[in-house]
Design a protein around this ligand. Structure first.
Ligand code: FNR
Length: 396
């Protein structure tokens, strides 16, 4: 079920009426390099824009008088029933944008009973995220060397995670020109310009960065085997983040042999790769173009979703990239998605309102789904697959 916006909603969240409202609010709070890191795509931002416009290519066909008082958006995935068909996508360096950001996301997801994926490039140790949310998943960038793959899988298992998401669309990093323009680098380089950004964004400086420094010390990369121990702010900013462009499906096969839990491959856009992932023993897929941050011009996941689902009917196929509204979630489900993930808006929510901000965002999205299921005339999400979507334009 869903609640209406409670009167105990913190004041600064009352004007946030949809997930998209978090973005301008976060933009005001965050230093330019940090906001730019979260918001950016790559090169011309064609994929970033296409991820949104793809949803507008579809229109709903409603049914009326269907008796929809008993509707539920609960969704079962990997043997667990979640309260909504969406979760929080893995995002690196969350704790740069929001105070202990990964923990805010993890706790809000736990409270709402939705999945949260801990990033492999996080600044909070994966063990701490898992303690904050025993149902969290862990996302890994596959390390380039066998010994590091073994060490990582062992560490994730020891921490108690049940689901490992392997992100596969990052043979190299995308060309994020905007990082140069906004002064973002990883690690961040100390400079007068960066200090000025801090001074002119006091809520972030005192509420997040200095508070972290005072209570926990300088944040370090905690989860990647290649960068573990590297400080977020460092003069020698060039670090070897590990080469990954030689990785092949045999490396996924190795992970499958080592990892006893659920294995999900993230970053699939083709039916052929979906079949390869299945043949390697993956338990699920996330169709994704990394939120438009990797290959500019990569097709929107929504467009290829039906062909991927058709290629691996035995696997739960999930998607992310550009989901902002309950209606987007419903369209993705109609096109075959079992589950969707959302990135940026939840990190903006954490930056604006901490854990209560993220909970507010989750509630808003649940309310949109709940309301629009009624308007669509469905009680269960599976009914979205019964011809409820048609192309928004052109002859029928
Ligand atoms: C990401 N994404 C990402 N993916 C991943 O597998 N590991 C990671 O560490 C990160 N880091 C990351 C940081 C930030 C700031 C963003 C915005 C995104 C991609 C993420 O998991 C997801 O695929 C997209 O964010 C989904 O698109 P939307 O919802 O942001 O449009």
């Amino acid at each position: 079920g869903t609640r209406t916006i409670a009167t105990d909603t913190p004041r600064r969240l009352r004007s946030i009426l949809s997930l998209e409202d978090f973005e301008p609010a976060a933009r005001r709070v965050l230093p330019r390099p940090v906001y730019g890191y979260v918001a950016g795509g790559c090169e011309t931002d064609a994929s970033l824009a296409g991820n949104r416009s793809a949803f507008a290519e579809w229109g709903f066909v409603t049914r009326v008088l269907q008796g929809v008082a008993q509707r539920s958006q609960a969704t079962t995935l990997f043997g667990k029933t979640w309260s909504a068909p969406f979760g929080i996508a893995p995002m690196g360096m969350c704790a740069l944008a929001a105070y202990r950001g990964d923990l805010a996301l993890a706790q809000a997801a736990a409270a709402a009973n939705i999945p949260m994926v801990c990033s492999g490039t996080g600044l909070i140790a994966l063990e701490d995220v898992r303690r904050a949310n025993p149902d969290a998943w862990f996302q890994a960038y596959v390390p380039g060397e066998t010994a590091r793959i073994e060490a990582l899988v062992e560490r994730v298992a020891r921490a108690g995670y049940g689901t490992l998401v392997v992100t596969a669309d990052t043979a190299v990093s995308g060309n994020r020109e905007n990082h140069v323009r906004v002064g973002f680098s990883s690690p961040l380089r100390p400079s007068v310009a960066l200090a000025w950004q801090g001074v002119t964004h006091p809520r972030w400086l005192f509420g997040s960065f200095l508070r972290t420094l005072a209570q926990h010390g300088m944040p370090h990369f905690e989860n990647s085997q290649a960068t573990r121990g590297a400080p977020i702010l460092s003069r020698n900013a060039v670090r070897d983040f590990g080469a990954r462009d030689h990785l092949g499906w045999e490396h996924l096969g190795l992970i499958r042999r080592l990892w006893k839990g659920q294995l999900v491959v993230k970053g699939i856009l083709s039916a052929a790769d979906a079949r390869s992932a299945r043949d390697c023993g993956a338990d699920g897929l996330i169709v994704s173009n990394h939120g438009g941050r990797q290959l500019d011009g990569a097709v929107s996941p929504l467009r290829v979703l039906p062909s991927v689902v058709a290629a691996v009917p035995e696997l739960p196929v999930m998607m992310d990239s550009g989901v902002r509204r309950g209606n987007d979630v419903l369209k993705a489900i109609a096109l075959g998605a079992r589950f969707v993930f959302i990135g940026r808006p939840f990190l903006y929510a954490a930056a604006v309102g901490g854990e209560p901000g993220v909970r507010h965002g989750i509630t808003l999205l649940q309310q949109e789904i709940h309301r629009n299921m009624a308007l669509l005339g469905i009680s269960r999400l599976e009914q979205m697959r019964e011809g409820r979507l048609v192309p928004a334009q052109g002859p029928l």
